[in-house]
Structure formats: C-alpha cells, structure tokens
Design a binder for this molecule. Structure first.
Ligand code: TYD
Length: 142
C-alpha cells in the first residue's frame, strides 16, 4: 500500500565548499538500480507521471528545487513534497503516481529497478483501478 512507500534519507556530507550526497546500490536504495533518468526543463504548471508500473520500483529525488508526488494504491492516497536533494520517496510497484507543482529549475532524479519497458506501464487510471481491484477483491500482492 502507499503506507509502505517510505521517505529515504540519503547521506549528506557538507563542508564550506558545499554538499555531496552519495547513493550506493543496494546499500542506500533497497533494490538493484538498473536505470537512472532525470526530468528537467519542466514548464510552469506542467505535471508528469500519471501512470503506474506493474513490476518496476523506483526512488524519486528532487535533485534540485521541489515538487509534489501523490501516490495512489487504488484505495489510499499519500502526497509528499520533495524539497531536499538528500531525500527520496520509495515508490513500490502498483502505485499510480502524479508529480506536479514543480519549482522553476527543478530536477526530478529517478533511480529505477528495471530497464525501460513500456509494456509494464499502466497509463489509464480506470485500467489501474481494475488491475488493483479485480471483481472487488484487492490483490494482496501490493
Ligand atoms: P514517461 O514515462 O511518460 O515520462 P513521465 O512519467 O515523466 O511523464 O516518458 C516520457 C517519454 O520518454 C516517453 O516517450 C517514453 C520515453 N522514455 C524512454 O525512452 N526511456 C525511459 O527510461 C523513460 C523513463 C522514458
């Protein structure tokens, strides 16, 4: 459920010359990172996401600026504001996500557990609800 999607605090090493956040595979992230991508140049008022993954899990980080992430497991919703480069939200499989309220210059850094595979996306919300709640019985898998 959305309540299993926790904020992860990454290390932050600061001195008078600035800060650095190292993220080590399977140490700071609870899965094997197979892909990294980042969203940037996001026009004011735009939103991203609006899909769920059947298999992939990910960590979403505001590497610069801030934005809001709403997670929806088909039953409950949870919104977090990401606004520090050493925080991330762990998004489990089977979560509809909307990412919005991007500050100007925001960078949304994503660590993903799978290579890109468009066939494991669910891009239609009604299909997502059906997938999560087939015949009124919620799959316990998620
Ligand atoms: P999409 O997943 O819809 O982005 P968002 O959730 O941020 O709105 O992807 C946008 C486009 O980028 C789409 O045409 C697929 C392509 N894409 C790749 O080719 N590889 C990737 O790893 C990702 C994440 C997207």
């Amino acid at each position: 459920s959305v309540f299993d999607c926790h904020i992860i605090h990454f290390p932050k090493i600061s001195n008078r010359a600035g800060a650095i956040t190292p993220i080590q595979n399977k140490i700071d992230v609870p899965f094997e990172v197979k892909r990294v991508y980042y969203l940037y140049d996001i026009p004011a008022g735009e939103s991203r996401g609006a899909h769920a993954h059947q298999i992939l899990e990910q960590v979403i980080i505001a590497a610069s600026g801030s934005f809001d992430v709403t997670l929806d497991d088909g039953r409950n919703k949870k919104t977090v504001q990401l606004n520090r480069p050493n925080l991330g939200i762990h998004v489990l499989p089977g979560m509809w996500r909307d990412i919005y309220n991007f500050s100007s210059g925001a960078i949304c850094l994503v660590l993903a557990s799978e290579l890109y595979d468009s066939s494991e996306y669910i891009r239609d919300y009604d299909s997502f609800i059906k997938y999560k709640n087939y015949d009124g019985v919620t799959f316990s898998r998620f």
